[in-house]
Design a protein around this ligand. Structure first.
Ligand code: SF4
Length: 373
């Protein structure tokens, strides 16, 4: 039986964060029930496709899935044929859960929680427009442990305007003390037309500083390694055996199907995504219509590019033998010019038939990827 991964997008949030450009709403609660019914219908429409597949991971992302009443989450999982070997993750924002919700998540088969912590500094959290405080984040994570979750992750942000190194350092140290299994530490990207972008353009906030972001990044790599939380992808760190299987699937070009608005899929050699409009989505699904956008056949050339970029993002690197086998080619010869330049610039290294980004290469990852394109 072939594997497949499932992503379900839940686009509702308690309030909108200042930096957010995800497809999420804080003013459409009246659509929650119809939206979830449509997600169930969309799964039903695709059921014949997924029933013959082994679902290796399910990721309930958003938005804020934990903002919904648990019976709605349960109804989605009831529609998906998964078993106890499936990694089932829910994204949770502190301040939107309680003990009952956590207990019911465990009961319905969710075995991994990803907390959107971002920072543990109250001033910074207010500036970001987050709904939680340091206290809420810490108590929610402790509660998840008490309830019985043994695979807990947190997202942290680096390089936010007015976020000093000391603020980030304190947050990271506290997360280490909490004995987390997994951390995702992302650099802020200021997205066009977000409130944060407007504040920076009006000089109400300073621009993020690259050097500070890099300092935070190098500190993260070092301090987490010292605490046995190892980097396995540019922004992701885990204790041994707790790497996120779902995301590894994306990076290793496994097939996945996305449900809900904006959800992306890579299935049977094609990439496509659902509509971004919640009203169009509800309308189409009620008419039993699945509309795919930007459908693109991933030919061998495109697939090679993705294999290289995604492989280089991972700490275990790009396996030359696997590449040659998969594409019936000679990597060292086909990419001779790029390889020579990157080795000369010391942004990659090659050992035991595996290409990895060096420390310098991770700082300039996008330029390295461009060399290979
Ligand atoms: S909680 Fe996440 S999805 Fe919701 S507004 Fe904030 S950043 Fe965006």
């Amino acid at each position: 039986m072939e594997d497949v991964r499932i992503y379900v997008h839940i686009p509702f949030c308690k309030s909108k964060c200042q930096y957010c450009d995800f497809n999420s709403y804080d003013n459409k609660n009246y659509l929650i029930d119809s939206y979830i019914n449509c997600v169930l219908d969309e799964i039903d429409i695709q059921y014949s496709t997924i029933k013959n597949r082994n679902i290796t991971s399910i990721f309930l992302g958003g938005g804020t899935p934990s903002y919904l009443k648990p019976h709605l989450i349960r109804s989605i999982l009831h529609h998906l044929p998964f078993d106890r070997n499936t990694e089932v993750t829910i994204e949770v924002n502190p301040g939107t859960i309680d003990r009952d919700k956590l207990e019911s998540y465990l009961d319905m088969g969710i075995n991994r929680i990803s907390f959107g912590v971002q920072s543990l500094n109250d001033q910074l959290l207010r500036l970001m427009g987050r709904v939680h405080t340091r206290e809420t984040a810490l108590s929610n994570i402790k509660m998840a442990k008490e309830v019985g979750f043994t695979n807990i992750s947190a997202d942290l942000m680096m390089g936010y305007p007015l976020q000093s190194f000391e603020i980030y350092e304190e947050t990271l140290h506290t997360m280490i003390e909490l004995d987390m299994q997994h951390l995702s530490c992302y650099s802020l990207k200021v997205e066009e037309n977000t409130p944060l972008d407007r504040m920076i353009k009006r000089k109400m906030l300073p621009e993020p500083k690259d050097e500070l972001d890099r300092k935070m990044y190098h500190f993260t790599e070092r301090i987490l390694k010292e605490n046995d939380i190892l980097q396995y992808e540019i922004s992701n760190y885990a204790r041994k055996g707790f790497e996120c299987k779902h995301n590894m699937g994306y990076w290793e070009l496994d097939e996945y199907l996305g449900f809900g608005i904006s959800a992306h899929s890579y299935f049977k050699g094609k990439r496509f995504h659902n509509t971004e409009s919640i009203t169009d989505y509800i309308h189409d699904i009620k008419e039993k219509r699945l509309t795919r956008f930007d459908e693109e056949v991933i030919d061998a050339n495109e697939s090679r590019k993705e294999f290289i970029i995604l492989g280089l993002r991972l700490n275990k690197g790009l396996n030359i033998e696997k590449f040659n086998e998969k594409y019936d080619s000679d990597f060292m010869n086909d990419y001779k010019t790029a390889i020579e330049k990157c080795l000369k610039d010391q942004v990659i290294s090659i050992k035991n038939n595996v290409v990895v980004l060096t420390k310098l290469g991770k700082d300039f990852a996008n330029s390295v990827f461009t060399e290979f394109m």
